[in-house]
Design a protein around this ligand. Structure first.
Ligand SMILES: NC(=O)c1ccc[n+]([C@@H]2O[C@H](COP(=O)([O-])OP(=O)(O)OC[C@H]3O[C@@H](n4cnc5c(N)ncnc54)[C@H](O)[C@@H]3O)[C@@H](O)[C@H]2O)c1
Length: 264
């Protein structure tokens, strides 16, 4: 039985991850950690019925992990919080699945250093859906064949999303830039902005959009759009739980979801 702790337990993603853990016959929820609803039963917070697991205070994460002894911590919080949570889990020799997005390069490096020096295994991905991981691969294939086309990335998310552009769009830009030997990125355009050979990135925010990503390859007389649309956050939660199971038998190191899916 794999013992799981969840940080961001009271959030949109945390709740769905907990639901997926509860229906898995190979997993057991041992701790739920957040900044809100401290001390309340997580099952009652989620309205799924009592689970006898009180929401632990994120400020006390070290002690909570030491007491509950999870094999893996799944984090869906916000970037600065996730860095702290990763440091605490690494110190406690607990494997990690990190779904939080919006990291600066320094925060990303800080997490990777902690993970590597403590000898745990971690899957870090800005998107745990199978479809998006295939989408990133399709972008690389298209870019190889359409290297002189203009490329624009357009993403749309709900009005509560904190970071922009999305981690998925940033990863798409990385994949395209690496495939094309390095590209400048432009975030939106305003005023006089003649197009050069850059990749444009555009973030749309509104309503309850779960997550749309379109990459446009535009040439003379034609264009191709590669598009992924998430219908429900379940796709991310299921992927994160699958990654949690996988990471518990992985060798120490930092992995992507493509490693979990075997599509690298
Ligand atoms: N990788 C993916 O597949 C994927 C999918 C969807 C969302 N996300 C990302 O996951 C993150 C969370 O998204 P959400 O929609 O669930 O947000 P949310 O705002 O609904 O939930 C975040 C939760 O984290 C809690 N929190 C804040 N600081 C904390 C800390 N130090 N320790 C523990 N909990 C803390 C908040 O109180 C809140 O309950 C965002 O960065 C989002 O972009 C990733």
């Amino acid at each position: 039985m794999i013992k799981v702790a969840v940080t961001g337990a009271c959030g949109r993603m945390g709740g769905l991850v907990i639901e997926s853990v509860l229906i898995s016959k190979d997993m057991k929820l041992v701790s739920a950690i957040d900044m809100t609803n401290i001390g309340k039963d997580i099952g009652e917070v989620m309205r799924t019925g009592k689970l006898n697991i009180p929401v632990g205070d994120a400020n006390d994460i070290g002690n909570i992990l030491e007491r509950s002894k999870p094999d893996v911590l799944i984090d869906f919080t916000i970037a600065p919080a996730a860095v702290k949570n990763v440091m605490a889990a690494s110190r406690g020799k607990i494997n990690l699945v990190v779904g939080t997005t919006g990291f600066t390069p320094e925060q990303r490096k800080q997490m990777e250093t902690a993970i590597k020096s403590s000898g745990v295994a971690a899957v870090i991905s800005p998107n745990f859906s199978i479809g998006v991981n295939v989408f990133w691969g399709l972008l690389a294939e298209a870019a190889k064949r359409l290297s002189d086309y203009d490329i624009e990335i357009i993403e749309a998310h709900h009005n509560q999303k904190k970071d922009a552009p999305s981690g998925t769009a940033v990863k798409a830009a990385e994949v395209l830039s690496e495939t094309l030997g390095g590209k400048d990125l432009i975030y939106g355009r305003h005023g006089i902005s003649p197009r050069n050979k850059e990749i444009g990135i555009h973030a749309v925010r509104g309503g309850d959009i779960v997550g749309d990503h379109t990459v446009l390859f535009a040439g003379d007389g034609e264009r191709i759009e590669i598009k992924h649309q998430a219908h429900s956050r379940q796709a991310f939660a299921k992927g994160a739980v699958r990654a949690a199971e996988w990471v518990c038998s992985a060798r120490p190191g930092v992995y992507e979801m493509a490693d979990v899916l075997g599509i690298k």
